[in-house]
Design a protein around this ligand. Sequence first.
Ligand code: TRP
Length: 459
Amino acid sequence: MNTRENFGSKLGAILAAAGSAVGLGNVWRFPIETGQHGGAAFIIIYIACIMVLGIPIMMSEFLIGRRTHSNTARAYEMLAPGTGWKWVGRLGVFTGTFILCYYCVIGGWTLHYTLLAATNAFDGVPATEFADIFSAFVSNEWMPTVWLIIFMLMSHVVVSRGIQHGIERFSKVIMPTLFILVVLLVVCSVCLPGASKGIEFLLKPDFSKVTGGVVLGAMGQAFFSLSLGMGCLCTYASYFNTHTDLGRTALNVCVIDTIVAIMAGFIIFPSVFNIGMDADHLQAGANLLFISLPNVFQKAFGGVQILAILFSVAFYFLIFIAALTSAISLHEVTTAFISEELKLKRRWSALIVTAVCSVVGVLCSLSFGPLSGVKLFGLTIFDFFDYISGNIFLPVAGLLISVFAGWYLDRQVLHDEFTNHGTLNAPYVRVIIFILKYIAPLGIGMVLLNQLGAFSWLW
Ligand code: TRP
């Protein structure tokens, strides 16, 4: 398709892909997992997972997208015409839509909490009441719905403007904002009295806590955090131009994502320890962000309310933009698919995605309230979407992607794309191919089995 847009600059491409990667996963899972599973020991394992699995798989997604310059589903059809591989691309589009349906619910919550923080709503609230505030909010029929629709509309506006004027321009403004906020929050947080205990909790290496389950958990976390296993990065790479160095771009995105994840720990733990909370009892996920932390931030600044307000607003706004740029990348996968396959204008296909995900998102959201009794395979609607996409679809697709790139694709194709047709010096290509062939399928296969409970008897 010759009317297809490309990213206008390398920086724009990197920031967009980093925007996809940096998201809720960095803030609400990584710091807690690190603190509870051996601090620096966990970080080392996580970084090893990123280097061994993350970078090669990210590079293969980039390769598939850039080689074909088309949406994920079509990309596989073009590279493997007449075979069943097209289903991997279709699975990606499907998974992206699934993730977006519940991701936008939480995106809406971050907006609501930014507003609560800005209006000083947490002032004087007793520690025990934060849980009630949160459950009253999420079980309300209207509020979360309104916020999730606002969140989806924001993503819609960016995606419908296209690549250069929408996603790239937005990423170039919002990602630097995100980095500045992260740095400011880290600086504030580590200056708190008692911060060193929090840093110690996060960094003190304790290899005795690292079990096989922890290693597999780190791999799964690396996968989600890097937005791998579905079409996000493949779709973005379809807008890369022929000079983009795929290996270097993947490395940049991985480094940015990991730094933000570690810095999120530096934001969270000093204040937790400053108020003397027992960090071992913090839970990952929504409870951390919306129950424990508002309370922590309220107390951490020794009664100087203006600081508590500023810090909380900056923190929730940071999570909101992190979630929004990830949502945009998910939105784009399905929008590109619909517009290219059904030959619809981008605006209309984006609208279809916004409408469908908002409706399903509302169902997910209501599963915290009026629909809490509706169960799919024993899970609420929200948990079902989260479980099936994160624990099943992503690893299955990740496994297939590595097999596709490592075994099915011609070596010459990999070589051409990784070296930009011989113009780049990429001595690592052989290593990457070896990993894609043997290590990645084995590693991801084990993550998948672990998530399905196959090793529960071991740890
Ligand atoms: N990586 C994002 C996060 O850390 C979430 C995300 C966006 C994602 N797109 C994805 C996860 C694609 C898996 C696949 O929150």
